[in-house]
Design a protein around this ligand. Sequence first.
Ligand SMILES: N[C@@H](CCC(=O)N[C@@H](CS)C(=O)NCC(=O)O)C(=O)O
Length: 237
Amino acid sequence: MLRRTHNGEGLPFYADRVSSAKNNNQGAGKMLTIHGRANSINVRKVLWTADEVGILYEREDWGRGFRPVSDAAFQAMNPLGVVPVIDDVGFVLSESNTIARYLAAKHGRTDLLPADPQGRAVVERWMDWQAQEFNNSFRAAFLALVFKSPLPGGQETIDASLADWPKKMAIVEDQLRQTGAYITGPNFTLADVAIGMAVNRWFITPIQRPEFPAVSAYYDLLAERPAYQKHGRNGLP
Ligand SMILES: N[C@@H](CCC(=O)N[C@@H](CS)C(=O)NCC(=O)O)C(=O)O
């Protein structure tokens, strides 16, 4: 069984935050466990968030290429059979965006997830849009072109996805032109974790890409963050 702490993988940048997280209700030998393979876009959202927050965690590999999510032990944590799942000293939770919000809220990171209802709603709106609209636009093209997966509907499905993906990217481009920085405004939030992972797919999938200068600048802006370098723009699709 693979057990690793992100500390052990070496991110000295986070050392001070790691010790404060240790002192914050996570006693000796009891820490957050992130279940899921580190090459999954949804697990990477959680890993990125955990590093932004500065939480000490261990990770266990589950999912495609590792222990199957159909295993009884995994099904007991998440009967939906998808990664990621976290176990926060007995509190078991699935859904990547929900986990990201839970971690930020638990550790009082109102910079990542504002406490006031309107500020929070603006962040959540982009997270929901990523999960429900943006992701769906590129799923088929991505699976076909990167994983060579056979898809129901074949080429027609792929073509529809290839046509829709740039339309969704144009929405991101327009928004970034307005903010001039991050997706909700001048500051980095959890909305950028969701959108930033999807933007990485745009640049890494072998497709003809229309120019989106604000999106390119955003991709570089995010790359200034060590946690995005490690879990987002890390060469994986
Ligand atoms: N809505 C879920 C989707 C999770 C999901 O689709 N996970 C994929 C990996 S990205 C999965 O578990 N695939 C099965 C596998 O890896 O065996 C979330 O955001 O957490």
